[in-house]
Design a protein around this ligand. Structure first.
Ligand SMILES: [Zn+2]
Ligand SMILES: [Zn+2]
Length: 574
C-alpha cells in the first residue's frame, strides 16, 4: 500500500476541482471539492488513516463520496473520477494552473478558442497575437501573462516570508514618501504572516480629493524601485512587476473605506466569504468600501468597527483562515495571542564552535542588547561533520568557554543533538547529563514516512534528558518538504513528558508550521520559539517565529521562553 500524505490528498482534490472547472461543471460541486482539499491540507491527523477507519466524514465538508475517494486514493494510489477528468483534457493543460493570473476559467477559454494546450503553446499564442481574439482578453492581460509565464519558469513563484517582508518594507517607505499618501500598509497573506507570499498588496489613503491618481502616477514613475514593467496605472490602482518578477499592487482608498479595504485585501478569501455571509444574514452588504445597510455605510474606517458591527470581536490578521476564528469571535473566546514583547530568551543559536559565524562573547552581548533574561548556546553534535559538530571532549571545553563568557544574562549550556533515524541520539546519556538543556533535532533521513518519522520523534521525546525538539519536521521552505509528522501523537507525547516543541523562527524553516502549532496548543503541550541564529543578525528572525505561533493560536502561556527567568529555570529543572 502506498503511503499517502494529507498534502497528496489535498492536491488530488484540488486537481479534481480545477479540472471540473475547466470542463465547465457545476460550480457548487467544484467548491465542495476545494473545501475538502483545504480541510484535508490543514488537518493535523492522518486523513488517509481516518478514511480507512470510516472517520473521514467527521471532518467538516467531507461527505461520504469524498471519503470513498480518499479510501480509493490511499489503497490504489488513484482516484477514478480524477483519471476520468484527466482523460478529457490535453495531458499538459493542467500545468497552466502554475502560471499566476491563469485560473481554470481562462484556461478553458485559451484551450477552446486559441488551441492553447500547454506552456509552450501559450508562449506561442502570446507571440502571434492569437489571444487577442478571445473575448475578455486584451493587450494588458496578454502582457501580464507573458510576465507570469517568465516568473513561473524561474522560481516556484512564491516569496519566503522574510523576502516578502523586506520588499514590503521598501514599498511602504516609497509610498510614504509620496506627497499626499498616508498610512501605507501591506495587506494580503504577508499581513497574515503566511510562510510564503504570492504577490504584494499595499494600501494607502489620501485626504485630498483627486490626489489618488497623482499618487498612482508618482508610484509607477518612482526611481526608488527597480520596476521591470507597469502592468496598469489607473485612477486608484497600480500594478507593477519589480525586477526579479515580484508583482506589486498599490491601491489608494478613501479614509472612510480604509478599514474595509484593509480587511478585504488582507483576506483570506475563505475568512472573507464567512464574513460576507454573516453580513448578508443581517441584511447587510460587506465589500472593500465598507459595511452597508442599503446605501448607508455602517462601518469602514477601521477593521475593528467592521467586526464589531457584525457582533464579532476583532480578529487578528494571523487568525483569518476560516479555522474556527469566526465562531470564536462571535462567542468572545478568541485567544490573547503571544506577542514579540513576551519573548524573554532565545535558546537555540550557534557559535564558531560549530557552524556559527560569531564568538560566544558576541552572541552573549547581542542577546543582552536585545533585553533577554536568558539564552542558550546550542552548537551541533558530532555526527554533523559538515557543520563541525562537537565530540564529547570538545563539548566539555566549549562548556567552560560558555561559562566564562556569560555575564549580565543567564546563559544555558546546550547542544543541538542529532536524532538518528531510529530516534536514538548522537550522545550517550552520561554526556547529555552534563548539559543544562538537551535540544534534540533531526537532520538526516528526512524522507522518512509518517509512521517512522513520528515514532522517531516520540522516542527522542521520551528520553528523560531531552527538553526540546528543534525543527521537528526538518523541512526547508521552497527546498524540501521534510517529514510528514503525526503531530497529534507527538504533541501528546511532548505534553506527557514536559518537552517543548520548537517553532524554529529561521524563515527558511518555520518548523513547526502554523497548523502543527495549533495541534500542539490544542494538546496542551508547550512550545518554544528559537531563531537558530548563526549570526547576530539572525537573532532578529524571532518575530517570524512569533507570527507562526500566532497563526497557530498560541498564547504567551503556551510558549516557555515567555516565562520570567525563575519560572523558566524551574521548567528546565523539572
Ligand atoms: Zn538544526
Ligand atoms: Zn541549529
Amino acid at each position: 500500500m502506498a503511503q499517502v500524505s494529507n498534502a497528496d490528498i489535498a492536491s488530488a482534490f484540488e486537481q479534481i476541482a480545477d479540472l471540473m472547472e475547466i470542463l465547465g461543471k457545476d460550480p457548487f460541486r467544484v467548491n465542495s471539492y476545494r473545501k475538502v482539499a483545504r480541510v484535508v491540507g490543514d488537518c493535523p491527523a492522518d486523513v488517509g488513516a481516518m478514511a480507512q477507519a470510516g472517520q473521514a466524514t467527521d471532518l467538516p465538508g467531507v461527505g461520504a463520496g469524498s471519503a470513498k475517494k480518499i479510501v480509493q486514493f490511499v489503497t490504489t494510489g488513484k482516484i477514478e473520477v480524477l483519471d476520468e477528468l484527466l482523460a478529457k483534457v490535453p495531458p499538459k493543460l493542467p500545468e497552466l494552473l502554475e502560471v499566476a493570473g491563469l485560473g481554470p476559467k481562462t484556461i478553458a477559454k485559451l484551450w477552446k478558442q486559441a488551441d492553447v494546450v500547454d506552456k509552450d503553446s501559450l508562449a506561442q499564442a502570446i507571440g502571434d497575437g492569437r489571444l487577442l481574439s478571445i473575448e475578455g482578453i486584451g493587450p494588458k492581460k496578454v502582457q501580464q501573462l507573458r510576465k507570469a509565464l517568465e516568473f513561473a519558469a524561474q522560481a516556484g513563484g512564491r516569496l519566503r516570508l522574510d523576502e516578502a517582508t523586506e520588499y514590503a518594507a521598501r514599498l511602504v517607505a516609497v509610498v510614504a514618501a509620496i506627497d499626499g499618501a498616508e498610512s501605507p500598509t501591506a495587506a494580503g497573506s504577508l499581513r497574515r504572516g503566511r510562510e510564503t507570499v504570492g504577490d504584494i498588496d499595499i494600501l494607502c489613503t489620501t485626504a485630498g480629493r483627486g490626489r489618488a491618481a497623482k499618487i498612482i502616477q508618482a508610484f509607477v514613475q518612482t526611481k526608488q524601485l527597480e520596476i521591470d514593467k507597469v502592468i496598469g496605472a489607473g485612477q486608484t490602482k497600480a500594478s507593477i512587476v519589480l525586477a526579479g518578477g515580484v508583482q506589486v499592487d498599490l491601491r489608494v482608498v478613501q479614509g472612510g473605506s480604509f478599514g474595509a479595504a484593509l480587511q478585504y485585501f488582507t483576506g483570506s478569501k475563505a475568512h472573507n466569504v464567512r464574513l460576507r455571509e454573516i453580513a448578508v444574514n443581517k441584511g447587510l452588504k460587506l465589500n472593500e468600501y465598507g459595511l452597508f445597510e442599503g446605501d448607508r455605510q455602517l462601518a469602514g474606517r477601521t477593521e475593528d468597527e467592521i467586526y464589531q458591527a457584525l457582533a464579532l470581536t476583532p480578529v487578528e490578521p494571523e487568525l483569518r483562515e476560516d479555522h474556527g476564528e469566526i465562531d470564536a469571535a462571535g462567542q468572545g473566546r478568541l485567544p490573547q495571542l503571544v506577542a514579540i514583547d513576551d519573548i524573554r530568551g532565545d535558546l537555540h543559536m550557534h557559535t564558531t564552535a560549530s557552524d556559527g559565524l560569531e564568538s560566544i562573547e558576541t552572541m552573549v552581548a547581542a542577546c543582552r542588547a536585545r533585553g533577554y533574561a536568558y539564552m542558550a548556546v546550542a552548537d551541533h553534535s558530532k555526527s554533523q561533520v559538515q557543520a563541525n559538530g562537537l565530540d564529547a571532549a570538545r563539548l566539555a571545553k566549549h562548556h567552560k568557554a560558555i561559562a566564562a563568557a556569560a555575564s549580565g544574562i543567564r546563559v544555558y549550556f546546550s547542544c543541538e543533538v542529532d536524532i538518528f533515524k531510529d530516534g536514538s541520539l548522537d550522545f550517550d546519556d552520561d554526556v547529555l547529563a552534563t548539559l543544562d538543556m538537551v535540544i534534540a533535532a533531526p537532520h538526516s533521513a528526512l524522507s522518512q514516512k509518517r509512521h517512522d518519522a513520528t515514532a522517531r520523534i516520540i522516542r527522542a521525546i521520551e528520553n528523560p534528558l531531552v527538553k526540546v525538539i528543534a525543527h521537528p519536521s526538518g523541512r526547508l521552505i521552497n527546498v524540501r518538504a521534510g517529514m510528514e509528522l503525526g503531530i497529534e501523537e507527538i504533541a501528546a507525547a511532548a505534553a506527557a513528558n514536559d518537552v517543548a516543541l520548537e517553532i524554529n523562527a529561521y524563515p527558511l524553516r518555520l518548523d513547526l508550521r502554523d497548523t502543527h502549532v495549533h495541534a500542539v496548543v490544542e494538546a496542551g503541550a508547550k512550545l518554544i520559539i528559537n531563531t537558530d541564529a548563526h549570526t547576530v543578525g539572525h537573532l532578529d528572525y524571532m518575530h517570524y517565529g512569533v507570527l507562526t505561533a500566532r497563526r497557530g493560536w498560541a498564547k504567551a502561556a503556551d510558549v516557555v521562553n515567555t516565562y520570567p527567568a525563575a519560572k523558566f529555570e524551574k521548567w528546565m529543572q523539572r
